[in-house]
Design a protein around this ligand. Structure first.
Ligand SMILES: Cc1cc2nc3c(=O)[nH]c(=O)nc-3n(C[C@H](O)[C@H](O)[C@H](O)COP(=O)(O)O)c2cc1C
Length: 159
């Protein structure tokens, strides 16, 4: 079983968005090679309209260049990116995405893919939380096993 097949099997019914790209960081890459139904729901597009494109299609006027530069640097240096971006759905509405993106390396250590876990977050009213989630809360709380496991792996800051 390849890593991609494993991700497909695990992510299909997952309530968090999961998207896998190839390893090409430079334009026109990275190219999306897999997205799960929760990702299609998050970005408000059909899966057919997602696979084969670059994740840049979700960006717009209020997507901060500084955040994208940080994202890009992480991809180039093969490090994890965990951050928040303003993105846009197919119908043009904007949302705040929590993104946890990591490289997938082969046995020789070469990056073959990137995988990203994504969900919508809402700006917290009042004081930032003490935990690392800070100013954001997940838009929908889920207490399923996978999200719990992802939190235990510190993929997301809280359920
Ligand atoms: C797996 C993966 C998922 C990504 N998901 C998003 C996303 O949801 N929203 C977004 O704006 N950019 C996303 N990106 C980042 C863009 O593809 C791109 O790398 C970013 O804009 C920085 O590169 P650039 O400076 O060449 O634009 C993702 C990248 C990867 C590898």
């Amino acid at each position: 079983m390849t890593v991609l097949e494993l991700i497909r099997a695990l992510a299909h019914d997952a309530p968090v968005g999961v998207v896998v790209t190839d390893a090409a960081v430079e334009l026109p890459g990275p190219t999306i090679i897999y997205a799960n139904p929760a990702f299609a729901l998050l970005v408000g597009r059909d899966l057919d309209d997602i696979v084969g494109r670059s994740p840049r299609f979700m960006q717009g006027k209020e997507t901060r260049r500084a955040a994208l530069d940080t994202f890009r640097r992480a991809l180039v240096s093969g490090e994890r990116f965990h951050g928040y971006l303003t993105n846009y759905r197919g119908d043009g509405t904007k949302y705040r995405a929590e993104i946890d993106c990591r490289p997938l390396r082969n046995a020789e250590g070469r990056i073959e893919h990137f995988v990203s876990f994504e969900r919508e977050v809402l700006r917290r009213i009042g004081r930032p939380a003490r935990n690392a989630g800070g100013r954001y809360d997940p838009a929908t709380a889920s207490n399923d096993l996978l999200t719990g496991a992802l939190c235990n792996l510190a993929l997301f800051e809280h359920v």
